[in-house]
Unconditional design. Structure first.
Length: 250
């Protein structure tokens, strides 16, 4: 089997729907017959919790694999494989500081398992540190969720600068595109911001169809399941389907 597509879902800002997007996009790709591995690289462990695992009860997580080079723990949930996170990962930035080759740790972890998958989605932390650099070095592609709010656009310049700097360590890294998230089409400001995203990024990057805001996403997270299972007729499910189709079409 050829190497999988390894996609980092990355934004240095929090609250843009990264973990929800990773969960539901991963499930959608899996439902289309792809073997999918989700990697929760965020110490908040939202993706882990959103898929029904109690991060406080886990004995092993990505932390042990990254810091102590232990075998990577993989959990099977909803037809997906997941490498979970715990709050311990918050200390990894500090613990890796003195390590030679610290930027390569996640790449090394994934090398041991990647032959089993066609797609790997990594939920990156909303910060810039050793873990985020590890995520970008391990990835082939970056998918950037951008909330349809004016304030969410302000950090975009720094985000692209970060990706550019990481290319010194990972020359093959490319930005697959921008995903506008949390769009409320009933709100004029939201709609105007979406148009700004299309205009500002669309000349140089692919702007995927937006993911609409909806209570079903929050409910699915509270019930720890993909939104497609929680509310299969919800309009937002079609947004996830469109994104998956466009990603697979290249």
């Amino acid at each position: 089997m050829k190497d999988p597509r390894t996609i980092a879902i990355f934004n240095q800002a929090g609250g843009v729907g990264k973990s929800t997007l990773a969960r539901d996009l991963g499930y959608e790709l899996s439902s289309r017959g792809r073997s999918v591995l989700l990697v929760d690289a965020d110490p908040q462990a939202s993706l882990t919790e959103f898929l029904g695992l109690d991060s406080q009860q886990l004995e092993k997580s990505l932390f042990e694999a990254l810091v102590y080079r232990e075998p990577v723990p993989i959990h099977r949930v909803y037809g997906l494989d997941l490498i979970p996170s715990t709050i311990d990962l918050a200390t990894a930035d500090f613990l890796l500081n003195a390590e030679i080759g610290r930027e390569l740790r996640l790449r090394e972890v994934l090398r041991t398992v990647k032959r089993n998958y066609q797609i790997i989605l990594i939920d990156a932390p909303p910060s810039l540190g050793n873990i985020s650099i590890n995520v970008l070095v391990a990835a082939d592609e970056v998918l950037i969720p951008v909330q349809c709010e004016i304030k969410a656009l302000r950090g975009a310049k720094h985000l692209f600068a970060t990706v550019e700097k990481v290319r010194m360590l990972n020359p093959e890294l490319r930005i697959t595109g921008v995903v506008p998230t949390l769009l409320d089409a009933r709100t004029r400001l939201n709609q105007e911001t979406y148009e700004v995203i299309r205009t500002r990024f669309g000349t140089n990057l692919r702007v995927f169809p937006p993911i609409r805001r909806g209570i079903a996403f929050a409910e699915a997270s509270a019930r720890a399941m993909p939104v497609q299972l929680h509310a299969p007729r919800y309009d937002g499910c079609s947004d996830i389907r469109k994104l998956a189709e466009e990603l697979l079409d290249g």
